[in-house]
Design a protein around this ligand. Structure first.
Ligand code: PLP
Length: 391
C-alpha cells in the first residue's frame, strides 16, 4: 500500500513541466531557435558578478569545515543579521536577526508556514490567479483551500469577494506580489484596504488572520512601488527567496520573516521551526548562507527583462491581445482570443509557440507567458502571435 494523495501528486505532473519537456523534444527535431518556449520561469539574466566573486572569497577566506558543515537550523547569525540590516535600511522595518528562519527557497518556506498555521478545520484563502503549488502545499498542511475569484481585468484584489469568503475558520490569506502569473503588483491602496478588512474581521472572530506574503519577485518591479506588507499589516509572515532576485533558483536559499509586531510572533516562529523540522529541514545550504550574508544588499539589473516586457506588451497589445499592465516579475497573463485558453494554447503549440493555459492558476480563459527568454526569441515569435490572433 502507498499513500494515495502522494501518489496522485507525483503521478500527475504539472502542465508547465509537460509543456517545457515537449519544447525540449521539439527543439531536438526542429532546432532550439525554432521553438518559442514561454513555459518556465527560469531566470534568464545571470546572477550579479558579485555573487560568483563572493563564492570564491568565502571558499578562500573561511574555514572549510565551517563552509561545508551544518549550521544551526534557524540559519547562520551573519546571514540573519545581514537581512535584518537590509530590511531596516530599506523600509525601517524594525527587524532583528531572531525574526528570521533561513530555508531553501520560497517553496519549502510556504510549506513550513502553512503547516505552522493550519489547525484542524481551518481555511486558507488564495487570490486568483495564484501559483499552482499553493493548493497541494495548503491541502497537505490540512487547510481547506479557498480561491478568491480574480479581479478582472486588472488582477488586483476583489475585496468584496475576500470579505464574502472570510469565516471564523480563516487562518490566513496567501498573497504574491509582484504576481506569478499576472505580473501585476498590488497597489498600496488595495493592500491598505485589505489590511483594514482583515483587522476588523480578526477582531470580530477573536483571532488574528495572517497574511502569508510570498515574495520571490519582490525586487522585480519596473518603476512601481512594491509596498512592504509587514508595515501595512503587522500580522504578515514573509516568505522570501533569492531564486529570482539573484537568479539562483537551483541553489535553494531564502528566509521566513516573522515580524515581532505580528500576533503571537514568537509562538508562530517556533511553530515554523517545528514544521520545518517535521518536514526534514536540517539547515539551508551552508555555503549559500555565507554568500548571502555578504550579498544581502545586491539587487538585480532588470534592464534585459524590462526590454522583453516592453517588446511583448507593446507588440501584443498593438495586435489586439488584452492583458493587465505587467509592472513586475517576468510574466504576462493574456486573455485568450476566443475565450478558450486550452484550445488557444493547443493551436499555438502546433506552431511551436508554448503558452501555459491559466486553469492551473485558478483563472481559465487566460494564458501565461514567461518572458525570461532571449529578446531574439521574442522578436521571432511575434509574427506567430499575429497569425494566431488573425486566425
Ligand atoms: N512562489 C511563487 C509565486 C513562484 O513563482 C515560485 C517559483 O517560481 C515559488 C514560490 C517557489 O520559489 P523558490 O524557487 O524560492 O522555491
Amino acid at each position: 500500500m502507498i499513500n494515495e494523495k502522494s501518489y496522485a501528486l507525483g503521478a500527475n505532473r504539472s502542465c508547465i513541466r509537460d509543456l517545457f519537456e515537449y519544447g525540449c523534444q521539439r527543439a531536438a527535431i526542429v532546432g532550439r531557435e525554432n521553438v518559442y518556449d514561454y513555459s518556465l520561469g527560469n531566470p534568464s539574466i545571470p546572477s550579479p558578478k558579485e555573487v560568483n566573486e563572493t563564492i570564491c572569497a568565502v571558499l578562500s577566506d573561511t574555514d572549510s569545515l565551517a563552509v561545508h558543515g551544518y549550521t544551526s537550523a534557524v540559519g547562520d547569525f551573519a546571514m540573519r543579521s545581514a537581512i535584518a540590516d537590509d530590511l531596516n535600511e530599506r523600509y525601517n522595518a524594525g527587524a532583528a536577526p531572531e525574526d528570521f528562519f533561513i530555508m531553501g527557497g520560497a517553496a519549502p518556506e510556504l510549506v513550513a508556514v502553512f503547516r505552522a498555521l493550519a489547525v484542524p478545520g481551518s481555511e486558507l484563502l488564495a487570490v486568483a490567479p495564484y501559483f499552482p503549488e499553493y493548493k497541494p502545499f495548503a491541502e497537505e498542511a490540512g487547510f481547506l483551500f479557498k480561491v478568491v475569484p480574480p479581479d478582472v481585468p486588472d488582477f488586483q484584489i476583489k475585496l468584496d469577494a475576500v470579505e464574502a469568503m472570510l469565516t471564523e475558520k480563516t487562518q490566513a490569506i496567501i498573497l504574491n506580489s509582484p504576481n506569478n502569473p499576472s505580473g501585476v503588483v498590488y497597489t498600496r491602496e488595495v493592500l491598505t484596504e485589505l489590511a483594514a478588512l482583515l483587522e476588523r474581521k480578526g477582531k470580530e472572530y477573536g483571532h488574528p488572520i495572517y497574511i502569508v506574503s510570498d515574495e520571490p519577485y519582490r525586487e522585480l518591479a519596473y518603476g512601481v512601488e512594491v509596498p512592504f506588507l509587514p508595515l501595512i499589516y503587522p500580522n504578515t509572515i514573509v516568505c522570501y527567496s533569492y531564486s529570482k532576485s539573484l537568479s539562483l533558483p537551483g541553489e535553494r536559499i531564502g528566509y521566513v520573516y516573522v515580524p515581532k509586531a505580528a500576533a503571537d510572533s514568537r509562538t508562530v516562529y517556533a511553530a515554523v521551526a517545528g514544521a520545518a523540522r517535521a518536514c526534514g529541514h536540517v539547515c539551508a545550504p551552508s555555503l549559500w548562507q555565507k554568500v548571502i550574508a555578504r550579498c544581502a544588499k545586491l539587487r538585480p539589473d532588470l534592464a534585459a527583462y524590462d526590454i522583453n516586457r516592453k517588446t511583448l506588451y507593446e507588440g501584443l497589445t498593438a495586435m489586439g491581445y488584452e492583458m493587465a499592465k505587467p509592472d513586475g516579475a517576468f510574466y504576462l497573463f493574456i486573455k485568450a482570443p476566443g475565450g478558450d485558453a486550452n484550445a488557444f494554447s493547443e493551436k499555438a503549440k502546433q506552431k511551436d509557440l508554448l503558452l501555459v493555459p491559466g486553469d492551473g492558476f485558478g483563472c481559465p480563459g487566460y494564458f501565461r507567458i514567461c518572458y525570461c527568454v532571449s529578446l531574439e526569441m521574442i522578436r521571432k515569435s511575434l509574427p506567430v502571435f499575429k497569425a494566431l490572433i488573425e486566425e
